[in-house]
Design a protein. Sequence first.
Length: 420
Amino acid sequence: MAETEEIVAAALAPVLEAPKDPYDKPVLESIRKFFQKRAKSSIGSYDYTPGGNLKIKNPAGTIQLKRFLPLEPSERAALEEYRLEALAELQEQYEAERITLSEAWATYKSTGAIRGVLAANQRVAELDVRISAARSAVRNIVPIDNPRTKDILLSERYEERKIYDQSKDPWDKEIMRLFFYDFKPEHDQGKYVIDQEVDATAAAVAEEAAGGEPSELTFRQTLKDGRKARIFFETNSDVNGFLSPRWPVTFTMGDTQYSSAVQAYEVERAKELGLEELRKSLLKTRAPRTIALMMRKVAAHPVNAKGLWLKIFTEIYQQTETLKARLLATGTDALVYADVREGPSGIGLAEKDSGVFDPAKWKGENAVGVALETVRTQLREGNLSDAPVNSAPKEAVITEDEQEKAKVGAIINSRRNSFR
């Protein structure tokens, strides 16, 4: 159960998990002192900026406050989608272990060897607990009212209410039942974001150029070294989401058709590591979170991760005309992939981590961002030619219809097994 919760937290933290405290301790202390000083008639030295931040005159400085945003419907949908995908994956593992347990029992009956049975039974039990945790992360108890005899519905086949003797009941004269919440409270609240001050004229020009769409300048950040940056991870977090390797885009690389950049990277990684069965399994889903779940125990990375990402994005932007203008619209901004997982692909920090603005604190090589910047330069200089279309790839990712049928089947099996 603990492992499942860690997987869910790691996958959803960048967008869906609201921090318990939006500020670091030093910032909280500064905010506390600000209001203490202001309360002591120091209004002239402790004031507010037009944007609502805290302004200090001596020494001169500004404490930037964060704004709380409730989760969007798309973010809640993403949480539900991940939960169903995790359930489907766990259910497949559970069924496989049950087969192993049956085989171990057959071996025990013929040879008397019990170790295989004990080990398989332990794995089945662990997976059963993990499935329960994925179905409902939080448990609680609620009382059941004691009905009168005449209130019992004899016509109801599944009457669940209980009658008990209140005079002899040792448990505070109550019967309790187990109740399940779908998600942890922190997954259902929202997130804190930093409001960025944007030049109004530049924003208007960008909005007009984009045909009235929200300006991407609204989502620019300033790094500690002075560079403007687009920090991204999820596809639906803001208008920079198209930069994410999880962005759905069908393209062909070599003899294989993929549904996203991250799928191509993980398939090629599995191929380089000699994990052929895993490589084939990765092509049986279009869901980035399922791909991440399947690859979570694979620690090794390609020898040339930067080169692989460059190859992938080169193919994507050669074959997808609609994305070219959006990438060129990012200008000369640094492109920062805020993937909290270790490895060369991202910076090893999440979007909400304060260290994301300081390149000296990055733990990864930001290979995704560097590859995108390289492709952008080649597009601007006219060095990225259109790729020939491979009309008949030898293998391809499953279609969206096949993906939907597989998901529905997994959910049905999961519910069927829950009633056994």
